[in-house]
Write a protein that binds this ligand. Structure first.
Ligand code: GDX
Ligand code: MG
Length: 383
């Protein structure tokens, strides 16, 4: 039987409770746990709803507050790691994770994962169509850094390495929880760490396609993603210093064209993002930016006078990432520089490739990641 874990912070409690109910009524599921970030009135509402669900369901349903496990900012990572711990202390054979804020969560997500686990895949990851301007950390940071750090591995081919929707067998969960690289990641870096560690374990990965997409709470300006950006970047940089994963089987279900509601959606608010480039530079930031190669540092610094981002095309971004691998430090000045560079990259992409229609934009994103792997592979071969 399976356990289902929902990390929960401050999402709509009704949505979270509906998702607990969906999981608890699934015939394969014997235990459902919402892991809250902290004890809050919202979490109390989830707990009240969960008690109601438990009265009607065969599965055990509970709400807990996350343990302090990692050594980064206490965040989603501690939530997922707490879920893993509870799973390892239980009798269930499989564990699923789903974000608590999904509004179109239904039994088919669990069915899809269970089917692939039944077929012998020890790791199942869900992926789904997304707006061409959504997933800008995945497309601009995680997959590129995996491609640069491990160009010959299938790691960078994993479609949604930051996705919080996945299912694992017990042996894989045991192995992940034995890895300090994973258990230290209490922040948004957890998804990066888990994806790398699954690949490093050599486990076959099955990617299950959810054609309707994932509907969940959306962001406004890119500023709301700043903390997630640093944390995912810092985790991905660490993976570049670790051994490349061995070959592993990687199966991806075929994709269908994105439904119109997703294809025409804009992933973030462009106008409220623009001013982030120019706003309040500190002397430390200017110094950090000035130490970048001039072809990137100079146009970035020009933002002190007016927003400018066209310089940050796919080629400049590759050079920026490879420079950051050696220059970046996890401190405020470099985090701001990283953030501004990423904003410039996302705006440059949004105003060029993303205007070419959803299908073409997605092809270009994929081709760019492939080109980074090829470029890094060539560089390695030349070493
Ligand atoms: N327990 C716990 N503790 N749960 C948390 C915390 C925390 O500190 N922070 C967030 N969560 C929960 C949240 O309630 C939700 O259920 C889930 O984690 C994801 O958070 P959300 O704010 O909805 O983030 P978003 O942007 O939807 O992120 C997801 O997709 C990203 C991506 O694929 O781009 C999430 O799985 C990210 O890890 C991932 O990077
Ligand atoms: Mg969400």
């Amino acid at each position: 039987m399976s356990m289902v874990v929902f990390p929960y912070k401050a999402d709509d409690p009704d949505v979270a409770v509906a998702n607990l109910a969906t999981a608890a009524s699934h015939p394969r599921v014997s235990r459902v746990v919402a892991v809250g970030a902290a004890s809050t009135p919202l979490l109390d509402r989830v707990a009240d709803g969960a008690a109601e669900v438990a009265r009607r369901a065969d599965a055990a349903v509970e709400v807990v507050v996350q343990d302090r496990i990692g050594d980064r900012r206490p965040g989603k990572g501690d939530g997922m790691l707490t879920g893993m711990r509870l799973f390892l202390a239980s009798d269930e054979e499989r564990v699923h994770f789903y974000d608590a804020d999904i509004t179109n969560f239904d039994a088919s997500w669990i069915d899809g994962a269970e089917g692939a686990l039944d077929a012998g895949y020890p790791v199942v990851r869900h992926f789904f169509p997304r707006a061409s301007t959504d997933a800008m950390i995945t497309w601009m940071v995680t997959r590129p850094l995996f491609a640069i750090g491990h160009p010959r591995s299938a790691l960078w081919r994993i479609r949604q390495p930051l996705g919080g929707e996945l299912a694992l067998t017990r042996p894989v969960a045991e192995e992940l929880m034995a890895s300090e690289f994973v258990t230290r990641r209490s922040d948004w870096g957890i998804d990066t760490a888990l994806t790398y560690a699954m690949a490093a374990g050599g486990h076959a990965v099955y990617e299950h396609y959810v054609a309707g997409g994932k509907q969940h709470a959306l962001y406004g300006s890119l500023a709301e993603l700043e903390e997630m950006l640093w944390e995912c970047f810092e985790a991905a940089v660490e993976t570049t210093r670790l051994p490349s994963p061995p070959p592993f089987e990687h199966v991806t279900e075929p994709e269908a064209p994105a439904p119109p509601a997703i294809a025409h959606k804009v992933g973030y608010d462009v106008e409220s993002t623009l001013h982030l480039l120019a706003a309040e530079w500190t002397a430390d930031e200017e110094e950090a930016a000035a130490s970048l190669p001039p072809s990137i540092g100079e146009p970035l610094l020009a933002n002190r006078r007016r927003p400018t981002f066209a310089f940050c095309d796919a080629d400049a971004w590759y050079r920026a990432l490879t420079s950051l691998l050696s220059l970046y430090r996890p401190e405020p000045a470099w985090r701001r520089v990283l953030f501004r560079l990423w904003v410039a990259r996302v705006l440059a992409y949004t105003t060029t490739d993303a205007l070419c229609g959803h299908g073409e934009a997605m092809r270009r994103l994929e081709t760019t990641v492939q080109s980074y792997a090829a470029r890094s592979g060539d560089r390695e071969a030349g070493d």
